[in-house]
Structure formats: structure tokens, C-alpha cells
Design a protein around this ligand. Structure first.
Ligand code: GMT
Length: 377
């Protein structure tokens, strides 16, 4: 198949999922064309089946706001037509689904039928999408997509609740590529650079947006470090990073909190971490939690949105109500103070993550692609 993959090329979860999906499809022999405004961060090195088409964003002085959606739609028309694509798969509804719809309509006038699949990722529905300023367009795009998928059952239910949806929604969960981990020796070696022999390492990875509740991450760690000799590793960057920095200074934690900033491959850090914190306000899936679990790191999370579909309470970690810092800290201390239990949870986290292995999820997308293309002919 020849697939056009449209996504945000940044560190966000939807961009990561779209990029990894495209890479996996290319490995299986499909031709994948990434169409976005800059090279996706996870794209990596050259592959014979991968092509990248950059959408140029004009800076004509009349525009206070650049018409990205129009430029993307034009690029889609061009790529579909000249690369003979079979299908467009857009990740994150805004503005990718409406651009795909526009391209579809334009191509129809030229005798070309291109179906498009929209994958909803979370905030495109739960935060931004249901805002009245977007709602009519999002609803229209969901209803006119040739197929719609969500990354969790919870997001499917949110979509049905917030929009008048007239079509089936397929749940295809996010996935993880289970890789052979580095030798224990090199992980241990790296770990010694950040922690003493018996010190525990707690990790959080996010884009530091308010929805991630960074304050809670710091407050939970503050409680943990009173009982357990530990350090906090913060990976990523975003609008609330300064909140974390300020709180760490004010609470006297600055020597115990390490800010790594944006890291392309978080796996190396996760491999030497003992525990992962994800106290988000809302999370359609929680890819960061799945990545941690796959690296054998148990997760202390909130029980919101799709997280309970990923993190199993009492097995791969623990879940508490949003904002219940006390309970999250207690669960963390309980695990970190009992090496036998921690080691069991590390194994269980890996076991749970294996259920989301790429091998199991990729065929679900491929089947949907075939179905949609068949219907289009
Ligand atoms: O808000 C983010 O964390 C980024 C956002 C995105 O679209 O890039 O993440 C959403 O999609 C991820 C991939 O499907 C999910 O794992 C995240 O849970 C989801 N974020 C939220 O729902 C807040």
C-alpha cells in the first residue's frame, strides 16, 4: 500500500505514534509518505520505503496567522496525485482531518478518490476539540472520515459523549516496540552517574503542559524523598517547566531533581529508573506510561481517561484519584521500600506492556487500511 501519514512532527504522543506506525509499515514493505511541516523527531535514518514531504509555511506579511491548513491541504493534493497514494492516515483531528477532507474534495473534482482515516489521540477531543470554536468542524470531519480510530475505549466514549457521531469508531490502542534491552552492565554503569548504589530513581516524562499536573509530580516526590533515599528525573520541556524548577528550589529539592529537557530516545533513561510518575488531569491513553512499563518501570498514575486500560492497579503499578498526591506518594513509598515487591512489579510492568506489542497492534491498522481502500474502489 502507499500511505500518506499526516501528524505533528514534535515530541507529542500523537506524533510519536504516527511516526512509529509509519516506520513499522515501511519495514513491512508498504510505502509511507510523511507529510508535515518539519522532519518528525522519531523518524530516524534513511529507509527505502520512507519519504518525507515538507509543508512550507508561508510568511506573507498580510497573514497574522499562517494558513497552515490550506498549505497542508494543497500539499496533500499534490502528494496523493503524483505519488499515487492509496490512503491518507491523519493523526490528531485538528487541523489534519479538515485538511484531508479538503484535499479529498479537490481531488474528487479531478477524478481521484482518496480515502482518509482519522486517529483521535486525546486532547483533540477532550480539551481542544469540544471547545465551541472547533466543535462543528471536528464533528463534521469525524463524520466524513472514511474511518475513525481512537487510542482507547475511554477516548471512544468521550468522543461519542461530546460529539453527535453517526459512524462506528474503531479502538486501536497505542503500541510499543518491545526491544532487546542493553546489557545490565551498561545500564548499571549509566545509572551510577545519577544515583548512589542504594538510591532510587523516579522518573517523569512529558511535555510539561498543565494537563500533566507537574506540581503533583514535585509534591509526590517531596513526600517520597522524606522516607526513601531517592532522586527525581524530569524529561521533556514545556510551559510548566518553570513551575517545576521554582517548586524544586522552594522545597529545597534542587540537588535531588535532575532536569534533562527534551530527549529524543527516552528509553535509555527509563532503563535505569525505578518508578514512573504520571499524575495527569486527563490522558486518553498515556503512551509515556506504556513506554516506562515496557522498560520494566512500574507506574504510579492517576486513574483518569484511558490510563486504567494501560496501567493495572496492583500489578504494573498503582492508580489514585486525580490530585490525590498523598495516596500516590504512599503507593510509591510502599513499592520503593520493598525491593522484592519492586522487582516483582518491574517484571509485571513488562508483562503488561507486552500486551501492547507492535506485532499485535500493527495488523489491526493494516486490516482497517485494506477495508477502507476496498470500500473506496
Ligand atoms: O497532550 C499530550 O500528551 C500530547 C498528546 C498528543 O496528541 O500528542 O497526547 C495524546 O496522545 C497520546 C498518543 O495517543 C496519548 O498517549 C496521550 O494520552 C494523549 N494525551 C492526552 O490525552 C492528554
Amino acid at each position: 500500500m502507499k500511505i500518506g501519514m499526516v501528524l505533528y512532527p514534535t515530541f507529542g504522543g500523537s506524533g510519536v505514534v504516527g511516526t512509529e506506525l509509519g516506520k513499522a509499515l515501511a519495514k513491512k514493505g508498504h510505502q509511507v509518505h510523511f507529510i508535515t511541516y518539519s522532519q518528525p523527531v522519531r523518524l530516524g535514518s534513511f529507509h527505502e520505503n520512507i519519504f518525507y514531504h515538507e509543508v512550507s509555511v508561508s510568511n506573507y506579511p498580510l497573514f497574522d496567522y499562517q494558513p497552515y491548513e490550506t498549505e497542508l491541504a494543497s500539499k496533500l493534493v499534490d502528494v496523493v496525485k503524483y505519488e499515487n497514494l492509496d490512503l491518507l492516515h491523519v493523526h490528531y483531528a485538528i487541523p489534519h482531518a479538515s485538511a484531508a477532507f479538503m484535499a479529498q474534495q479537490i481531488l474528487r473534482t479531478q477524478g481521484i478518490e482518496i480515502p482518509f482515516i482519522t486517529t483521535l489521540h486525546g486532547t483533540d477531543i477532550t480539551l481542544v476539540g469540544k471547545d465551541p470554536s472547533f466543535e462543528p468542524v471536528i464533528r463534521f470531519c469525524i463524520n466524513t472520515s472514511n474511518a475513525v480510530t481512537t487510542v482507547s475505549e475511554s477516548l471512544k466514549q468521550d468522543t461519542i459523549k461530546h460529539f453527535a457521531i453517526e459512524r462506528p469508531i474503531h479502538v486501536i490502542p497505542n503500541f510499543i516496540q518491545i526491544e532487546e534491552t542493553e546489557s545490565d552492565a551498561s545500564v548499571k554503569d549509566l545509572r551510577t552517574k545519577y544515583a548512589r548504589e542504594n538510591q532510587k530513581l523516579i522518573c517523569h516524562v512529558s511535555n510539561f503542559r498543565p494537563v500533566k499536573r507537574i506540581e503533583d509530580v514535585i509534591l509526590i516526590f517531596n513526600e517520597i524523598q522524606k522516607t526513601v533515599d531517592s532522586k527525581l528525573i524530569l524529561v521533556g520541556d514545556g510551559p510548566d517547566r518553570h513551575v517545576a524548577e521554582k517548586m524544586s528550589r522552594e522545597l529545597g529539592l534542587i540537588n535531588k531533581v535532575i532536569f534533562f529537557g527534551k530527549v529524543r530516545d527516552t528509553n535509555h533513561i527509563l532503563e535505569f529508573s525505578d518508578l514512573f510518575l504520571l499524575p495527569s488531569e486527563t490522558e486518553s491513553f498515556g503512551l509515556a506510561a506504556l513506554e516506562a512499563m515496557a522498560a520494566g518501570v512500574p507506574v504510579i498514575s492517576s486513574n483518569t481517561g484511558g490510563i486504567p486500560e494501560v496501567n493495572l492497579h496492583g500489578f504494573s503499578g498503582y492508580l489514585s484519584d486525580v490530585g490525590d498526591v498523598k495516596s500516590m506518594a504512599e503507593y510509591a513509598i510502599d513499592l520503593l521500600s520493598n525491593d522484592e515487591k519492586l522487582s516483582l512489579f518491574k517484571q509485571q510492568a513488562k508483562k503488561r506492556a507486552a500486551l501492547f506489542s507492535l506485532d499485535l497492534i500493527l495488523p489491526q491498522y493494516e486490516n482497517l487500511y485494506h477495508e477502507v481502500i476496498k470500500k473506496n474502489h
